[in-house]
Write a protein that binds this ligand. Structure first.
Ligand code: NAD
Ligand code: UDX
Length: 475
């Protein structure tokens, strides 16, 4: 049968649901799109008149919401009604790592997927295409199918419900989500029903070249998403492991990245050493992959991928250790300025940010932190650090406290160290001489992103350590 998609419902108004539906709305003005969520506050913020209050910060998102909201893009808490009206439903709910029960610490928690499937089963009408947008363990589509049909058996109009399940994983990266959605490397659609696949492809071809739309079977599509993230994370752990060799030997990680990345077979992207990968996806998806490998008895494969996570944790703690050692073995009562708290630049997302772990460890050591981030709210930092913000007066007379500052030049007054954790562009062109002049001597910059220009910093009276280089050359 031929599908005509006129009304889309997206379950989950998060970092994926919001931006991805905004871009579909922009490119498909004839389709009505309702993004629904059980998080009422989130929906209210999506509907806020002041676009600065949107729940997600992504460059370019505000403009699209301004253009489409209230026309063909709607944000609603009415999940059931919008499911009932939809002929295509995207599931974009969270799938975090299970914290308890079977598979705790590794498997993905699919309770939100199951809840969505039960709601769809109950409220959907007629023929509905269900699109898995969330990242899911391979074979989840068969679980969703079972739930959809077994639950709808009890429904009065069960004979009128037919579901077509597709896997269409999302590859956007935060901070560049709109760019990635506007111009993706590929769109992956896995499924069994040709017409359903065609209906989803027809949406994307409104703005994406046909050649970029790849179709596979369901399991290849589900698995490819996990593997893509595992490969990307593996490159970061590889380059981070090399950063430590560079610091020990006198090589420079930027030069090594450039040299190896010029080989087309290796490629130049994703070779930036840093404080370890963060974000809601990499760790969770590799843990899930490890769980799947073990389930199939592939223990050696599981061990292989586990190393990617081990190196990441090691990188985070090795950086913290270097900071403490350089500051004469103690940071107790010292003022340390943290530049950047989000897990990468151009997002307000802090999930799994290396900054969380580094800040917590430095506070345990007694360090007083002044944190600056252009987009992360102090209440988010309180949640992440599990500690209330102190007043600036308390900072000067205690140990192991933190305070969020809006002004970097005030923050660095009498500070012992500036620790650069997120690669926000605005940090590059700070007046580093002025900063150095207001710090307590001997003062340090720890550049965990290799962001600053070493030539500028070397002309200033300050100690400078950077990732994949160190601070002194023993050649
Ligand atoms: P998120 O936590 O930002 O958003 C998920 C939203 O779903 C939440 O607002 C939650 O309240 C809502 N939700 C949960 N159950 C619901 C239900 N039954 N009905 C209505 N709403 C419900 O998560 P996210 O970052 O958008 O990620 C969503 C999925 O996409 C995950 O599987 C993730 O792995 C995957 N993914 C994320 C990214 C990313 O960069 N964040 C990229 C690609 C894929
Ligand atoms: C990732 C994938 O890139 C994306 O395709 C997928 O859909 C979701 O997961 P995201 O986590 O949003 O996206 O951002 P990404 O740019 O991949 O960065 C992840 C982490 O790796 C960040 O902490 C970033 O700082 C770090 N990173 C990235 C490096 O340390 N070095 C690099 O070269 C690239």
């Amino acid at each position: 049968m031929v599908f005509e998609v006129k009304n889309i419902c997206c379950i989950g108004a998060g970092y994926v649901g919001g931006p991805s539906m905004a871009v579909i709305a922009k490119n498909c003005p004839d389709i009505q799109i309702n993004v629904v969520d059980i998080n009422i506050e989130r929906i209210e913020r999506w509907n806020d008149k002041n676009l600065k209050n949107l729940p997600i910060y992504e460059p370019g998102l505000e403009e699209i919401v301004k253009k489409c909201r209230g026309k063909n893009l709607h944000f609603s808490k009415n999940v059931n009604l919008n499911i009932a009206n939809a002929d295509m439903i995207f599931i974009s709910v969270n799938t975090p790592t299970k914290t308890k029960g079977l598979g705790a610490g590794f498997a993905s928690d699919l309770k939100w997927i199951e809840k969505s499937a039960r709601e769809i089963s109950k409220y959907a009408k007629g023929k509905t295409i269900i699109v898995e947008k969330s990242t899911l363990p391979v074979k989840t589509a068969s679980t969703i199918k079972k739930i959809l049909y077994s639950t709808s058996e009890n429904s009065s109009d069960k004979n009128e419900k037919t579901f077509y399940i597709l896997s269409n994983p999302e590859f956007l990266a935060e901070g560049s989500a709109i760019k990635d959605l506007d111009n993706p490397d590929r769109v992956l659609i896995g499924g069994e029903d040709e017409e359903a696949i065609k209906a989803l492809s027809n949406l994307y071809i409104k703005w994406i070249d046909k050649e970029k739309i790849l179709t596979t079977n369901l399991w290849s599509s589900e698995l490819s998403k996990l593997i893509s993230n595992a490969f990307l994370a593996q490159r970061i752990s590889s380059i981070n492991s090399v950063s430590a060799i560079c610091e020990a030997t006198g090589a420079d990680i930027k030069e090594v990245s450039m040299a190896i990345g010029s080989d087309k077979r290796i490629g130049k992207f994703f070779l930036n050493a840093g404080p370890g990968f963060g974000g809601s996806c990499f760790k969770k998806d590799i843990l899930n992959l490890i769980y799947i490998c073990k389930h199939y008895g592939l223990d050696k494969v599981a061990d292989y991928w586990e190393q990617v996570i081990n190196i990441n944790s090691w990188q985070i703690s090795r950086i913290t250790q270097i900071i403490v050692e350089k500051l004469f073995g103690t940071v107790s009562g010292k003022r340390l300025v943290i530049l950047g708290f989000s897990f990468k630049a151009n997002t307000n997302d802090t999930r799994e940010s290396p900054a969380i772990y580094i800040c917590q460890k430095l506070m345990i050591e007694g360090g007083n932190l002044i944190i600056y981030d252009p987009k992360v709210d102090y209440s988010q930092i309180e949640n992440d650090l599990n500690k209330k913000m102190a007043s600036i007066e308390e900072i000067d007379h205690s140990e192991g406290e933190w305070y969020k500052s809006k002004n970097i030049y005030n923050a660095v007054q009498d500070a012992d160290a500036v620790i650069l954790l997120t690669e926000w562009d605005q940090f590059i062109n700070l007046d580093w001489e002025r900063i150095s002049n207001s710090m307590r001597k001997p003062s340090w910059i720890f550049d965990t992103r290799y962001l600053l220009d070493p030539r500028i910093i070397s002309s200033i009276n300050i100690n400078y350590w950077r990732i994949g280089y160190g601070d002194k050359r023993g050649i």
